[in-house]
Design a protein. Structure first.
Length: 135
C-alpha cells in the first residue's frame, strides 16, 4: 500500500462523511483504509497527519470511527463489527472513553452517529436491513 492509496481512500471518506445515504460505503471505505494503513510500509509519521487543517485528520477519524462502531455495531456478523475490528488493528483505545465535544475526534464520531441513525431508520423502513445487520 502506498501513501497515495491511503490519501485517496481518506479523501473519499472525508467527502462522504455527513451524507447518510453513503453510510454503508463509508463503513466499507473505513475497513479498506484501516487495512491500507496496517499494510503501509513507509514512515508511519507521514500518514497520521493526513487531513490536518480540515474538519478532521486521519488520527481523528480512526479514533472517532472506532468509538462510533463500538456503540453502533449489531454483533459479530455485521459490517459495522468488521469495521470495528479493522479499526482495532490500527487504533487501540486502552483505557480511554468515547470522545467529548472538546476533542478533535468528536466531529467524525458525532457525524458517523448521525449518519448511522438516519441511514438505519431509512433503510429499516425501506428494506428492514442495515449495516448493523448480518453482512
Amino acid at each position: 500500500t502506498t501513501l497515495n492509496d491511503i490519501e485517496s481512500t481518506f479523501k473519499a471518506i472525508q467527502q462522504m462523511v455527513g451524507n447518510p445515504e453513503q453510510y454503508r460505503e463509508v463503513t466499507e471505505q473505513l475497513i479498506l483504509l484501516a487495512d491500507q494503513v496496517e499494510s503501509f510500509e513507509g514512515e508511519g509519521e507521514e500518514i497520521w497527519y493526513l487531513g490536518e487543517g480540515f474538519d478532521f485528520c486521519l488520527t481523528d477519524l480512526f479514533i472517532g470511527a472506532y468509538w462510533h462502531f463500538s456503540e453502533w455495531h449489531g454483533g459479530q456478523e455485521t459490517l459495522a463489527y468488521r469495521a470495528l475490528s479493522a479499526l482495532g488493528s490500527v487504533y487501540t483505545p486502552n483505557m480511554s472513553e468515547p470522545p467529548t465535544k472538546d476533542e478533535p475526534e468528536y466531529y467524525p464520531f458525532e457525524a458517523l452517529g448521525e449518519m448511522a441513525h438516519i441511514y438505519w431508520c431509512d433503510t429499516k423502513k425501506a428494506t428492514q436491513s442495515s449495516p448493523n445487520q448480518p453482512a
